[in-house]
Design a protein around this ligand. Structure first.
Ligand SMILES: Cc1cc2nc3c(=O)[nH]c(=O)nc-3n(C[C@H](O)[C@H](O)[C@H](O)COP(=O)(O)O)c2cc1C
Length: 235
């Protein structure tokens, strides 16, 4: 294993769900967002936007929704043990999720990762003639293929312009000693969630990251061995 501060940070960046209620200074939250913006984005359009929630009334409203989602998730997953986990790991995960659920209203800060596709669609509309003309060089079958995949390509491109920033933020939080977790549960109730925060319809949300000073300690992540997941020179 390479020994370097960055590898240490990456290999000990666990999901930290137990957070102290103490506030996180505004400058640190801005520093986290700055780290997120350093990540790549499609065509460097930087269509990402972030909603930072620290207001206690808003947090209480979100906590109510979180409560519903957490109950749903716990009941849905029951005592099941997914691949690459164990009953003991799942017991710890559920205990952490319960703690987070019960203390959600005390979360010091929430960072909501959003993407505003408006500017991208405007640019595509302005460029429509060139786009249509460019497809000619693909030939019939590939034009059809491109059209078939256009929606997935667009959605993937938006997500791929957001999630690298999520990872950057998680790493920056770990580096600053802050606890954070990537969550996507809210997507099940995205419109309700967006309404609480007044996020416009055209803006999509991708992740909600609770951030705060951790109650527990950071520790090594538990993951599969690279050789178990590498396919050399083909699947
Ligand atoms: C796509 C994705 C969605 C996730 N959604 C949630 C979530 O909604 N709630 C949550 O508590 N953790 C969520 N996680 C965090 C995972 O549970 C976590 O990464 C995994 O259990 C490994 O935990 P560890 O880093 O502590 O080892 C999500 C992770 C990913 C990659």
């Amino acid at each position: 294993m390479t020994n370097s501060p960055m590898f240490d940070t990456m290999s000990t960046m666990r999901a930290m769900r137990r957070l102290k209620p103490d506030p996180v200074p505004e400058e640190l939250l801005t520093q986290l967002i700055r780290a997120a913006t350093w990540a790549p984005s499609g065509s460097n359009i930087q269509g990402y936007q972030y909603v930072v929630v620290t207001d206690r009334a808003k947090m209480a409203e979100i906590a109510k929704l979180w409560n519903v989602i957490a109950d749903f998730y716990m009941q849905m997953t029951g005592d099941s043990v997914p691949p690459n986990s164990t009953a003991e790991k799942m017991r710890k995960l559920r205990a952490a999720l319960r703690y987070q659920q019960e203390h959600f209203h005390e979360t010091p800060a929430l960072i909501v990762f959003c993407y505003d596709s408006g500017p991208l669609y405007d640019a595509a509309r302005a460029n429509l003639r060139e786009i249509i003309s460019a497809t000619k060089c693909l030939g019939g079958r590939r034009i059809l293929d491109t059209m078939r995949h256009v929606r997935r390509t667009g959605e993937m491109s938006e997500a791929a312009s957001v999630y690298p920033g999520v990872e950057n933020l998680l790493l920056a939080a770990r580096e600053l000693g802050l606890g954070a977790t990537l969550t996507t549960w809210h997507l099940m109730f995205e419109s309700e969630f967006k309404k609480i925060l007044g996020i416009p319809r055209r803006v999509k949300t991708f992740a909600v990251i609770p951030v705060g000073w951790p109650v527990g300690r950071f520790g090594p992540v538990s993951r599969v061995e690279p050789d178990d997941v590498i396919h050399r020179d083909g699947w």
